[in-house]
Design a protein around this ligand. Structure first.
Ligand code: PEP
Length: 255
């Protein structure tokens, strides 16, 4: 059975004390998890190790980086290698978030290299894809997402897929308060799964966790997570408040 995951993407928010208090509040209210229901927290790089220490004794709660570099080591001032995230205790790394693509010029080719670095370093990858509004309005979102996945992850071997999670995040729904309808999410998630089935076979596709991201909150999470191909969420704004994040985690447990 594929895993369900609710992942918190803090982006460039939460200084050390605020992040510490947020994790403490989340852990206090956390329902019982198991290996099929996981929580992932992605703080800024500098607080990763601190968050790892906070959650290390809590089963099924993991820490993620929000990015890593394409190269393993070297003269790349300001960058962080995947192996460094792994050393710090991270289990996952988020790659290809639309903000990385838009503000930092990350191309599909760059993301393919980052994915390789991350997997080679023993990290699991949460690979983001999703279309801008003009593509959705033109009705070509399926082709757009297919191109992102082909260029970013379809070079991987089948055995590596066990360490890959896909996050579908329509850009028009990120931080806008405008959620994809559960039907829109389900349609795209089913499309993504069919692409993986064509590339890697149905069993591998059936085991793939596909998260939805984009203005997910406690009030819409249950409906989204009830969709057969939606296996949890990547959460931005609502991950910064313990009660909202816990509401979404509870929706995952109940789905
Ligand atoms: C995100 O940035 O990954 C995200 C889903 O943000 P939000 O939940 O705020 O839309």
């Amino acid at each position: 059975m594929r895993k369900k995951i609710v992942a918190a993407n803090w982006k460039m928010n939460m200084n050390l004390d605020k992040g510490h208090a947020l994790v403490a509040a989340i852990l206090k209210g956390l329902p019982e998890l198991n290996s099929d229901n996981q929580v992932v927290i992605a703080p800024p790089f500098i607080n990763i190790q601190h968050t790892v220490y906070q959650v290390e004794d809590v089963p099924h709660v993991y820490v993620a980086g929000q990015n890593c570099f394409t190269e393993a080591a070297g003269a790349y001032t300001g960058e962080v290698a995947a192996s460094m995230l792994k050393d710090a205790g991270a289990e996952y790394v988020i790659l290809g978030h639309s903000e990385r693509r838009e503000y930092f010029g990350e191309t599909d080719a760059v993301l393919a290299k980052k994915t390789d670095q991350a997997l080679d370093s023993g990290l699991k990858v949460i690979f983001c894809c999703g279309e801008p509004l003009e593509i959705r309005d033109a009705g070509t979102q399926n082709d757009y997402v297919e191109a992102q996945l082909k260029a970013g992850v379809f070079h991987l071997h089948k055995h590596q897929l066990a360490n890959v999670v896909i996050a579908y995040e329509p850009i028009w729904a990120i931080g806008t308060g405008r959620t994809a309808s559960s039907q829109q999410a389900q349609d795209m998630h089913a499309h993504i799964r069919s692409l993986f089935a064509a590339q890697y076979g149905q069993p591998a596709a059936d085991n793939l966790t596909i998260l939805y991201g984009g203005s997910c909150k406690p009030s819409n999470a249950a409906e989204l997570f009830a969709c057969p191909d939606v296996d949890g969420g990547l959460i931005g704004g609502a991950s910064l408040k313990a009660d909202e994040f816990l509401g979404i985690v509870n929706a995952m447990i109940g789905a």
